[in-house]
Design a protein around this ligand. Structure first.
Ligand code: B3K
Ligand code: ZN
Length: 885
């Protein structure tokens, strides 16, 4: 907890460390009521900081110092200064060895940072600044050391003892205890340290590297989960092969381990050679995990594995550079998933997520650049901006340089900086040097927050046969900066003729056309590009593949959008045209609702979706994506003032109309797909994901008709399917339906069947928390009393509280403020238990500026109540105070 005024840390104050640590030797003695940590640090003065021996200030929090010695001289209390978060000693020589012993309490660590217990096992989470809760250290990413780790624990309770690197010895110890020693020869910062001790089983496999050497692969889980590891193992091997083929990166140690733990603050952690995962991102099998969960496991396994190069071998100089590893690695995992599944569908999912959530963050009080300039609590900066927008920035580099140029740049980056802690500038410099280009202006993407707007207008000159597009860019004010300089915005585009064919693109001054889809670099505040040789006015297809994270506007009319939906050669833009059409239609309905008029849906939306539904040659996953209306959260994000009730009413009305008017088409496709699902065993692969996604979205529309044959089909699917994707969809459809008896029965059967599987119970909590039927808050409160629920498990908090506040907008934003009060109470309680989770759950309240005056006042009132509630963690304090500023 924060005891004094919180310190703001600035990037501009960065200084290299005064001392370096060459070797770190750790011994852990694990007991049930405490743990002893003995550390031997082989250190030296950092030559880059010049002569002299300034005091050595080591980071440390919540540690009980038992003893310390400097080069074998035992230190007395008068030889050091002990503060709440540091230990200061005075070195006597340029090179020295510091020994310390501390006592810590993992058994009562509910923050899940440092060393803690998840169920019966010990595990660690050190990124960003958790290592200082384990021992006194220079806990910063630019201090890199080799590590040798010995773990000693009771043999019976903790037969498996793991740490980073390669195992070099093990044996019995006194009193039924045993020990194991691990050695990691690669220099790494302390945030990549890991330790695990528990009664774990593992599945083992191996991978033959391109160079011919073998790597042992192990996934460790609690015994009951040993049958749920295959998908993660297959994903790991695919990732290893992909990184060799696409980036030329080979794995470096002899063994690679993944451990699944139930209590984990985020998805997973890339500790060197010993990745620790939230069990939700490892365990997957047909009966218990949905298609989305299977894809998430594949993506997260890849992401953490890819960090071995983008993060571990080349790491961050300081935490302001976090996107150096996270943005790049998200881009890498997205490309991997695109290669393993449907590229267009992956892009659609990622863009929809970015536009709904990152754009909202960029427009809110916590907006910050991809490389922030300051922070109070670094844990608050593991954000959509650093991760998702950071990945878009790397994607734009590739779009500008081309795939080959990008690969040359990444090769140079890895070669030049292997074993170093570097900055986003170093990344861009490698891209520049490998390609002989200047990306100075491009780097504004790293230091200006906010989502740029790009307004596009057109002009056609029939006499000259020229067509021009004028781009005007601007970027709204954000808390960090009012004035923004123009960005480099790569706009990939094409021009369509009246038949929907792509036209050859020749810019004024060019001798020949350069293809039918090309990338323009918009670099000025206002800029016009003129195309020649156009005998008729074309229709532009702009920002293909979402080539830049901007809000583009072009005055398309609805007929043009319908045309693009059918003809655009860019799959992403076909979907995008449908989204824009839906947004226009939904905004019209929202207006009608607000004026108290009867709602009237533009029939063109039905026609357009009917055409998509009837198109058997279109990938079923694309059909499913195109049938999905923009979500309520996205409609909120694009509103000036979001009218929660009108948004909900409009969207539900449109869904109802679609269900009624397209009933036959939906029913036919549902039945055809369900029939295949019924007769095919579950396979976790793209074409099967595609079939089930269309089947399931069709079912969710069909149920809106309330027809008995749909209820019957839903119950059949719920009872008879062999996989969680179909079962959970059927459950969700029932939960949102008016069929009370069937809903209650399904919920009960499901819970009874899966009560011992916490990850499945998370899904059970989520579908109920997200249901927009009246009485949402009461349901959530009742579910919090369920024996399977606990505030101490982050997955449970996310499943119930996160789903309610993030997905159940009508209930969370109830006009009486009850949803806000509930969330604030919860944040206050969680603040004491787990500050990182508390701070994350706050996000919906920070968006108060989006709502009407009455709701604004209620939301602000709750933020003020949190601020006044007593000793706040730096995590919660930073978010609340910035939201109120
Ligand atoms: N690097 C970790 C995130 C750690 C978050 C610490 N609060 C997971 C990842 O991005 O791979
Ligand atoms: Zn990451």
């Amino acid at each position: 907890m924060r005891t004094e005024q919180p310190q703001v840390i600035y990037l501009k104050d960065y200084q290299a460390p005064e001392y370096l640590i060459d070797e770190t030797h750790l011994t852990f003695e694990l007991f049930e009521d405490h743990t002893l940590v003995h550390a031997q640090l082989v250190m030296r003065r950092n030559p880059a900081r010049g002569a002299g021996l300034p005091p050595l200030v080591l980071d440390g929090q919540q540690l009980e110092l038992l003893r310390a010695s400097l080069d074998d001289t035992e230190l007395q209390a008068s030889d050091y200064q002990l503060e709440a978060d540091s230990l200061t000693v005075q070195p006597k020589a340029e090179r020295f060895t510091l020994d310390t012993s501390v006592k810590i309490h993992p058994e009562s660590n509910t923050a899940l940072e440092g060393l803690y217990k998840s169920g019966k096992m010990f595990c660690t989470q050190c990124e960003a600044e958790g290592f200082r809760k384990i021992t006194y250290y220079l806990d910063r990413p630019d201090v890199m050391s080799t590590f040798t780790t010995t773990v000693i624990a009771e043999q019976h309770r903790y037969p498996v003892l793991l740490s980073n690197g390669n195992p070099i010895g093990s044996g019995p110890a006194e009193d039924g205890r045993h020990w194991a020693t691990w050695e990691d020869p690669f220099m790494k910062p302390a945030y990549l340290f890991a330790l695990v001790a528990g009664d774990l089983w593992c599945v083992e496999d191996n991978f033959v590297r391109q160079s011919g050497r073998d790597v042992t692969l192990r996934i460790y889980v609690e015994p009951e989960n040993i049958d749920k590891c295959d998908h993660a193992m297959v994903s790991l091997k695919k990732s290893m092969r992909w990184d060799e083929e696409v980036y030329g990166r080979e794995y470096d140690l002899d063994i690679f381990m993944i451990v699944a733990v139930n209590d984990f603050n985020m998805g997973a952690m890339e500790n060197k050679g010993l990745n620790i995962f939230n069990s939700s991102c490892v365990l997957a099998r047909a009966e218990t995990a949905t298609d989305a969960a299977h894809q998430r496991v594949e993506g997260v396994v890849a992401h953490e594995y890819f960090h071995n190069w983008s993060g571990n071998r080349v790491t961050c100089r300081d935490w302001f550079q976090l996107s150096l590893k996270e943005g790049f690695t998200v881009f890498r995992d997205a490309e991997f998933s695109a290669d393993m599944n449907s590229r267009t569908v992956k892009r659609i999912e990622d863009v929809a997520y970015l536009r709904t959530h990152q754009f909202a963050e960029d427009a809110g009080p916590m907006a910050h650049p991809v490389r922030p300039d300051s922070f109070i609590e670094i844990s608050n900066f593991y954000t959509l901006t650093v991760y998702e927008k950071g990945a878009e920035v790397v994607r734009m580099v590739r779009t500008l340089l081309g795939a080959e140029g990008f690969r040359k740049g990444s090769d140079l980056y890895f070669e030049r900086h292997d074993g170093q802690a570097v900055t986003t500038d170093d990344f861009i410099k490698a891209m520049e040097d490998a390609n002989g280009v200047d990306l100075t202006q491009f780097k504004r993407w790293y230091n200006q927050a906010g989502t740029p707007r790009l307004e596009v207008s057109e002009g056609y000159d029939a006499g000259a046969q020229t067509y021009s597009l004028t781009f005007r860019q601007s970027c709204p004010q954000t808390p960090d900066k009012a004035e923004k300089l123009p960005f480099v915005i790569p706009v990939e585009l094409g021009l369509l003729d009246a038949e929907g064919n792509d036209l050859p693109l020749r810019l004024a001054g060019e001798a020949a056309a350069g293809g039918t889809s090309r990338v323009l670099s918009v670099t000025e505040a206002e800029q016009t590009f003129t195309f020649e040789g156009l005998t008729a006015k074309p229709l532009p297809s702009l920002l293909r593949g979402f080539s830049a994270p901007v809000k583009l506007s072009f005055p398309y009319d609805r007929d043009q959008l319908m045309f693009l939906m059918q003809h655009d050669s860019d799959g992403f833009n076909r979907w995008e045209a449908g989204q824009q059409l839906s947004v226009q239609v939904l905004q019209e309905l929202i207006g009608q609702h607000q004026r108290g008029e009867a709602l009237k849906l533009d029939p063109r939306l039905i026609t357009a979706l009917g055409t998509v539904l009837g198109n058997e040659s279109l990938d079923a996953a694309m059909v499913a994506e195109m049938l999905s209306l923009p979500g309520e959260a996205y409609l909120t994000e694009i509103s000036q003032v979001a009218d929660v009730d009108a948004i909900h009413a409009a969207r539900e009305f449109a869904r109802q109309q679609i269900a009624e008017q397209l009933f036959d088409g939906l029913w036919a496709r549902y039945q055809a797909h369900r029939e295949v699902s019924r007769s095919t065993a579950y396979v976790a692969a793209a074409e099967h994901f595609a079939r089930r996604s269309l089947q399931n979205i069709a079912l969710s529309y069909l149920m809106l008709s309330g027809k008995p044959q749909v209820l019957e089909a839903t119950l059949e699917q719920f009872d008879q399917c062999d996989n969680m994707t179909e079962r959970l969809t059927a459950l969700a459809v029932l939960v949102n339906s008016p069929f009370e008896a069937e809903r209650a029965k399904a919920l009960e059967t499901f819970a009874e069947h899966f009560k011992d599987n916490p990850l499945v119970m998370d899904q059970w909590f989520s579908v109920q928390a997200a249901s927009s039927l009246p009485g949402g808050l009461a349901r959530v409160k009742a579910l919090m009393q369920h024996p399977a629920f606990t505030l101490k498990n982050p997955n449970k908090v996310r499943a119930l509280v996160g789903a309610f506040a993030g997905q159940n907008l009508v209930n969370f934003h109830a006009a009486d403020g009850s949803g806000y009060r509930f969330l604030a109470d919860l944040v206050i309680e969680l603040n004491a238990l787990n500050p990182q989770i508390a701070s994350r759950q706050l996000a919906p309240l920070t968006r108060w500026r989006k709502y009407d005056d009455a709701r604004q006042a209620l939301m602000k009132g709750e933020l003020e109540r949190i601020l006044a509630s007593g000793a706040l963690s730096s995590d919660v304090y930073e978010v609340v105070s910035k939201s109120l500023a």
